[in-house]
Design a protein around this ligand. Structure first.
Ligand SMILES: [Zn+2]
Length: 125
């Protein structure tokens, strides 16, 4: 499953940066995914739920995903346009000679963490 491999990399990165920041736990993770990655939303969330349980830091973390529409540049007329996964032709001149500008990204755009920085908890008796 394509999504399990993708999410495994995401979870590794999230756990590493949360540890680095001294987090107690991860509250939520926000991803930006291009439509051209052909990721299935349901499979992605399933993979997340399986993988997050492997680490106590991410056990209860929520996953939020923003899907972004692909953009291409028409090599015939220079038009830049948004499209979906199936309509790649230039809407202006109808050319199929286009170059994908974005739509294959899978970025972690935000990680919400909880840190043990409550001063009352840290005060020694
Ligand atoms: Zn064109």
């Amino acid at each position: 499953m394509h999504e399990l491999g993708l999410m495994s990399g995401v979870v590794d990165t999230v756990v590493a940066s949360a540890r680095h920041a001294g987090a107690d736990r991860v509250i939520s993770v926000r991803l930006r995914i291009g439509d051209m990655t052909e990721v299935m939303d349901e499979a992605l969330h399933f993979a997340w739920e399986v993988l997050r349980d492997e680490d106590p830091l991410t056990k209860d973390a929520e996953l939020e995903v923003d899907y972004v529409r692909p953009r291409s540049l028409c090599l015939a007329c220079g038009n830049e346009f948004e499209h979906d996964r199936f309509h790649l032709r230039c809407p202006d001149c109808g050319s199929a000679e286009t170059s994908l500008l974005s739509g294959r990204e899978l970025d972690i755009v935000g990680i919400d963490i909880e840190t043990p920085d409550d001063p009352e908890d840290d005060t020694p008796r």
